[in-house]
Design a protein around this ligand. Structure first.
Ligand code: PMP
Length: 324
């Protein structure tokens, strides 16, 4: 779909996946004027129906990001319709139940030519898809994170709270160094006090304090949304799922010391779903959690969320959208 600055998006059509042509002075190439979303479609047990998860949340997040990035954005309906049409046209690529999902990448970018620093005069919104399996090579086994003290992902007043492409450029270096050392990913701290947890390169973080054997007596905490953290849709859903299971949930500043003393740690995101963290390395010291598998609280949350996303349980939350 195309749009001029200030205009309305139109001309949406399905096209075969391939290269697109843009001006060398396109806003997205020169000034990083781009936003994206990440979503997944799962095939239901019947093999026919396909489920989307809270697509209007992604549409709304893209619209918030567009405001921050001085871009026009598709309406919620245009966004959701484009996603549905793309998934339906690629139905055969949605893996069988239990074998992965179809990853959906909506992308909004300044494709108009602009030389001096300014918003581009023209925009393109497109959606492409690809079948995917697990995000981490560990699968659903625990991942190993390193707390990053030197590099930061986002600064107050910056763009860390929206899903703009430049945020991902900022993490490439720290992530590559960490991966070369054998870590699964990087956990970032706030850049002022270097003490409060922010998030991982592509997911949000939770800690669990298990006070008792009963699930509901435990406390799940996650950094509050404060402009430097992406408001993850999985994060928001896990907060609701945890509360629906009777757990106490706190959205607040979480310190790195609390992280090191937690009983369970897990990450959430569309790509990573709910991934247990097996160890954290901070200032050269490694702390381990669990015994090579999910902790009981994170496993419960994983099971409730994924059963809903895959259509294995009744969707009381009304979060899934059925395509057939
Ligand atoms: N933080 C970052 C930096 C991300 O890229 C993502 C993935 N979109 C998330 C958190 C998790 O967001 P969501 O649950 O909406 O996928």
């Amino acid at each position: 779909m195309k749009c001029n600055l200030g205009g309305e998006f139109s001309n949406g059509e399905l096209q075969r996946f391939g290269n697109i042509e843009v001006s060398p002075s396109a806003g997205v190439l020169n000034y990083g004027q781009g936003l994206f979303e990440g979503m997944k479609a799962y095939r239901k047990q019947d093999g026919k129906n396909i489920l989307l998860f809270r697509p209007e949340e992604n549409a709304t997040r893209m619209r918030c990001g567009a405001e921050r990035m001085c871009m026009p954005a598709p309406t919620i309906d245009q966004f959701v319709e484009a996603v549905k049409a793309t998934v339906l046209a690629n139905k055969r690529w949605v893996p069988p139940p239990g074998k992965g999902s179809l990853y959906i990448r909506p992308l909004l970018m300044g494709t108009g030519a602009v030389l001096g620093l300014a918003p581009a005069p023209e925009y393109t919104f497109l959606v492409y898809v690809s079948p995917v399996g697990n995000y981490f090579k560990e699968g659903v086994s625990p991942i190993n994170l390193i707390v990053e003290s030197e590099f930061h992902r986002a600064t107050p007043g910056g763009t860390g709270g929206v899903k703009t492409i430049g945020n991902y450029a900022a993490v490439l270096k720290a992530q590559s160094v960490a991966k070369a050392k054998g870590y699964s990913d990087v956990l970032y701290l706030d850049c002022i006090y270097k003490r409060y947890l922010e998030e991982v390169s592509s997911c949000n973080i939770f800690i669990v304090k298990t006070f008792a054997k009963h699930l509901k007596d435990n406390v799940v905490s996650t950094p509050e949304i404060r402009g430097t953290i992406l408001p993850g849709i999985t994060r928001k859903s896990i907060v609701d799922v945890a509360r629906s299971q009777g757990l106490k949930v706190e959205e607040r500043n979480v310190t790195v010391d609390e992280l090191l003393e937690a009983d369970e740690v897990f990450c959430t995101g569309t790509a990573v779903v709910v991934s247990p963290v097996g160890s954290i390395t901070y200032k050269g010291k490694r702390v381990s959690y669990g015994e090579g598998s999910f902790g009981s609280v994170s496993e419960k949350l994983y099971t409730v969320l994924t059963s809903l996303q895959m259509g294995l349980t009744e969707d009381n939350m009304k979060w899934t959208v059925n395509l057939s």
